[in-house]
Design a protein around this ligand. Structure first.
Ligand SMILES: O=c1[nH]cnc2c1ncn2[C@@H]1O[C@H](CO)[C@@H](O)[C@H]1O
Ligand SMILES: [Zn+2]
Length: 427
């Protein structure tokens, strides 16, 4: 199905390795060649890349995709009230069809704004997987497990995780992989966290978890366990190189050391942290310490969109103002976080434009007023561009968006489906 070749002629290429010019040849689902000597006769499909910027597909390492349905329902609140009074009651009414509709909508939003891979924790994940399969994107998905200390609930959550692993791990030519998703140290029992760690070890699975998002969480975990969240999660065996820890806002210096030693992959979510006023993650210090920090939008109800271009800019500006240092988190660093670091976090052989890498590619139209004069690709990409500048998207060697037109899914139908689902859910 996907074993055609695609040649993109003459774009500028930007990846974590820097900027250069060259044509890119895709064969099957991988990049076959990057050079200045490729000619259009070499490929089945030719895309004219002149006046365009070609970058690796962006990687969103913390999402709750189906929450697109809750966009705008409970703004301007702190995390505990947002979850307890609004989001959790609304989520109690979810079903597989709603999650499918919200996930389809989220996939279209991500494709249109240049994201090709993401790390999703939510509910009814078999329905989410079906949406992702149809959209042609790549993802890691996990059932978000919450037991609040209830043993029966714990058993049910683990059973659901096992079911999703069995049904969805490796789906869609391995574009979809399944991880374990214990929600957080304050919503999961110690036993659930330990069971999760054992299951992940036994089956070589990733773990996706919220960590040290708010100051409240740190006090709560310290009170219950006599340890900070990172110390506690390390103690129960949840921290390792296959763990993606979202947020990581409130960290003591020694917790940064633990994250570095365990090679935990941190997902930084600046928009969500700013909107819920959770705090500022010490991203510059994490990076200095050698921690792999990537970027995530979090759900659309706490962001309120899935545009990774906005997330890059916000990440950079937030570090600068917080440290009162304009040199903090420069464009190239934040661009690497959104591409190569994201791919590393999810164990995906992409994030660079080089032969052998998976063909997850985004092409931007640079001939726009707000990108003119076109002179500094990393700067323009991070500080001036937005998801709306994305022209063409290729994932796993398949064109999903071409010249602004979706080649997958029926956008109008999906928007109607999502409107109807949201109306039923939230009235
Ligand atoms: O920023 C956040 N912090 C904590 N929980 C969150 C956040 N965003 C979404 N959820 C919640 O996590 C669960 C995913 O399975 C859902 O209940 C979702 O509402
Ligand atoms: Zn989250």
């Amino acid at each position: 199905m996907d074993n055609e070749s695609i040649l993109i002629t003459g774009p500028e290429i930007l990846d974590a390795g820097g900027i250069r010019r060259g044509s890119v040849l895709i064969e099957d689902n991988r990049i076959a060649d990057v050079s200045n000597t490729l000619s259009p006769g070499d490929a089945d499909t030719v895309i004219d890349g002149t006046g365009k910027l070609l970058i690796p597909g962006l990687v969103n390492t913390h999402t709750h995709l189906s929450m697109t349905l809750f966009r705008g329902i409970a703004d301007d609140l702190p995390l505990d009230r947002w979850l307890n009074d609004h989001i959790w009651p609304a989520e109690a009414r979810l079903n597989g069809d709603y999650c499918y509709a919200g996930a389809l909508l989220g996939c279209i939003e991500m494709i249109r704004s240049g994201t090709t891979s993401f790390n999703d924790m939510y509910f009814y994940m078999d329905h989410v997987a079906r949406a992702v399969e149809e959209a042609g994107l790549r993802c890691v998905i996990s059932h978000g497990m919450i037991d609040l200390g209830d043993t029966e609930k714990m058993t049910a959550e683990l059973r659901e995780s096992r079911r999703i692993i069995k049904e969805c791990h490796g789906m869609a030519d391995d574009r979809i992989r399944v991880a374990l998703g214990p929600h957080s140290p304050y919503t999961c029992s110690e036993e659930l966290l330990k069971e999760t760690a054992a299951l992940a070890d036994k089956n070589d699975l990733m773990i996706h978890i919220h960590v040290s998002e708010t100051e409240n969480e740190v006090s709560e975990v310290s009170r219950s366990h006599g340890m900070t969240p990172v110390e506690y999660l390390d103690e129960v065996g949840v921290l390792g190189p296959r763990t993606v820890a979202a947020h990581c806002v409130w960290l003591k210096d020694w917790e940064i050391d633990i994250l570095a030693e365990r090679d935990v992959k941190v997902s930084h979510n600046p928009s969500s942290n700013m909107k819920l006023a959770s705090g500022v993650s010490p991203v510059a210090r994490l990076l200095q310490r050698g921690v792999n920090v990537s970027l995530g939008t979090d759900g659309a109800a706490s962001n309120n969109n899935l545009d990774m271009f906005q997330e890059m800019k916000t990440a950079s500006l937030l570090q600068k103002v917080n440290l009162e240092d304009p040199t903090a988190l420069p464009a190239m660093d934040v661009f690497s976080m959104a591409t190569l670091n994201g791919a590393r976090a999810l164990g995906i052989d992409a994030g660079l434009i080089a032969p052998g890498k998976l063909a997850d590619i985004v092409i931007l139209n640079t001939r726009r007023p707000h990108l003119t004069p076109w002179r500094n690709p990393p700067s323009h990409t991070v500080y001036s561009a937005s998801g709306a500048d994305v022209d063409t998207v290729i994932c796993d060697g398949r064109i999903l968006l071409r010249d602004g037109e979706l080649e997958v899914l029926e956008e109008k139908y999906v928007m109607e489906l999502a409107e109807a689902a949201a109306a039923e859910l939230t009235g």
